[in-house]
Design a protein around this ligand. Sequence first.
Ligand SMILES: [Zn+2]
Ligand SMILES: [Zn+2]
Length: 367
Amino acid sequence: MSKDYYKVLGVDKIASTDEIKAAFRKLAHQHHPDKEGGNEAKFKEINEAYQVLGNADKRQKYDQYGSTFDQMGGFGGGMNWEDFMQKARSGGGGFSNMNFDFGGLDLGDIFGDFMGGGGRGGRGGRQQNYGEDIQVDLSLEFKEAVFGVKKEITLYKTVKCGHCHGNMAEPGTRITICATCGGQGRVTRVQRTFIGSFQSAATCPDCHGEGKKADKPCVDCHGQGVVKQKETISVEVPAGVENGTTLKMDSRGNAGAYGGGAGDLFVQLRVKEDRRFEREGNDVYVNKKISFVEAAIGAKIEVDTLDGVIELNVPDGTQPGTKFRLRGKGVPYLRSSGRGDLYVVVEVEVPKRLSRRQRKLLEDFNE
Ligand SMILES: [Zn+2]
Ligand SMILES: [Zn+2]
């Protein structure tokens, strides 16, 4: 049996991998056996062709040996069609464990129907209407991250419809049990495929899994139970967060249509730098310049800390780079008690220019 796989996929011999993928995708959609006008034999054939041409190594061998490729076991060696369909039926995934290579193509849309909708991890009918998660960035000042802050963010998102309160019916009208699914929210479908028939449960297309239907859908949300509008959300930022910390707010994402649950809101924090403080975990470093005289004879200096200005005693003979540790004056531990430490790092300044008198004094000192 020799086939021209290029012809099967309708591509040139010099077609790029992307072109081959695109051709396969288009044909797989077109000939999907569950679709009207689908063609089982054709579907199988294009899959076969893609198994070879979609794999650089196999394609090269095929190009080299042409029609004898099959006889060499180049293709048939790993292909087990039954196995493949078995996998597809059981809910997808795991294709990579088999001798099938789809070159990273997401086949969810092609095999989705075929897999009886199970490819989504087996969520129930209502859960399919879950609203999407939302991710936003929130900018914080350095000290806001240290001590925590309450912020408000405004999002344009789906929220429960205020007119029908999310029940999808025009106020004052009746809500009745869905006739299509008898209130179950799910319908059983029998799918006939080229490897036999099998049953699958799917969300009721009529009531979207709700099990009930409004006689007259709400005019505001067109019977979806949700509308898109601005919502201001108050975000409680706890003390001790860092740049990149993400706060998860359950169910504050998009509200789900047709009674589905809401997605979550993820607030990613962007903490601005502060030129006075350098943070390392829960410890903070502050650089403080003192004169070489203060370093030599000792001094009382003022230092800017997270808690405000404090006085620090610098003893005589303090060396450049000396760190003074202020225990518990660093950043609070996130969702825990206690704080890190604050270190004052001493920089000793040497004067660039001296008056004649100063020079004389130093010369005398030097002797
Ligand atoms: Zn409504
Ligand atoms: Zn229904």
